[in-house]
Write a protein that binds this ligand. Structure first.
Ligand code: SF4
Length: 207
C-alpha cells in the first residue's frame, strides 16, 4: 500500500521511499523538480523519507517522475515500512555497518503486507542514533554483532523494545527478521503490532 495521504490544507502527501534516508544528487534534483511542480513544499519524516506535497491529480506524475531516477512511493498502512539506518561505517563510532545492513533489509522486507504497521531500524553502535528500541524490530551494533530488540513503538503508548538476541552477525539478520515475523504472524490476533503481542504473551515467544 503506497503512502499517499490527504492533508488538511488540501494537498496530498506522497512519501518517497528513501531507505535509510539515502539519495543521490540526481534523485534529489528530481524530487526538487516534483516539489516545484506540486505545492512547492517537501517535508522530511522521522522514517527517513521525503514527503512531497502535491495535488491529488499529480500523484501519478510524481510516481512516473520518481521511477525515472529509480525511486518509488514508499509503503504505508499495514506494511513493513522502509528500513531506517544510521550512517553505519561512514561514522567513526560504528561497530557494525548500520547503513548497508539497513539497505539490505529494506530490499527484502519493505512493502510486505502485515496485520499492522511494522517498523525496523538499524543502529551501528550503542550510541543508538536510530533509537532502535522504539521500533517493532530494532538492531544495535556491537563489536561482536547486533543486539536485537522486539516490541518497541512510539505513538500514544510508547513502549521500549526488549532484548531477544546478542552477537547476531550481519549476514544472519534477514533470516532472523523472517523468524521474528513468522512468530509474530502465528501469535497475533487481528491488527496487533508486535508490542501488543509482547504485552499479552511475553517476549519469550520471540527468543
Ligand atoms: S548509531 Fe553509532 S555508528 Fe550509527 S551514526 Fe550513531 S554513532 Fe555512528
Amino acid at each position: 500500500m503506497d503512502c499517499v495521504i490527504k492533508q488538511t490544507n488540501g494537498t496530498t502527501a506522497v512519501a518517497v521511499a528513501t531507505p535509510a534516508g539515502l539519495v543521490t544528487g540526481e534523485q534529489l534534483a528530481k524530487i526538487a523538480e516534483l516539489v516545484k511542480q506540486g505545492a512547492g513544499l517537501a517535508k522530511f519524516t522521522t522514517g527517513q523519507r521525503i514527503v512531497i506535497l502535491t495535488g491529488a491529480d499529480q500523484v501519478q506524475a510524481v510516481r512516473d517522475g520518481l521511477a525515472e531516477v529509480g525511486l518509488s512511493i514508499g509503503p504505508g498502512g499495514k506494511t513493513i515500512r522502509n528500513v531506517k539506518g544510521c550512517a553505519g561505517s561512514l561514522c567513526r563510532y560504528s561497530a557494525q555497518d548500520g547503513l548497508q545492513d539497513a539497505l539490505a533489509l529494506d530490499k527484502i522486507f519493505a512493502g510486505r503486507s502485515m496485520p499492522a504497521t511494522l517498523k525496523i531500524a538499524v543502529s551501528g553502535c550503542p550510541r543508538n542514533c536510530m533509537e532502535s528500541q522504539s521500533n517493532d524490530i530494532g538492531f544495535v551494533g556491537t563489536p561482536s554483532g547486533y543486539k536485537v530488540y522486539v516490541g518497541g513503538r512510539g505513538g500514544r503508548k510508547q513502549v521500549l523494545g526488549q532484548l531477544i538476541r546478542e552477537g547476531v552477525k550481519p549476514e544472519d539478520l534477514p533470516a532472523l527478521v523472517e523468524e521474528i515475523i513468522a512468530k509474530y504472524l502465528s501469535a497475533t490476533k487481528g491488527k496487533e503490532r508486535i508490542s501488543h503481542v509482547v504485552e499479552k504473551q511475553g517476549v519469550e515467544i520471540f527468543k
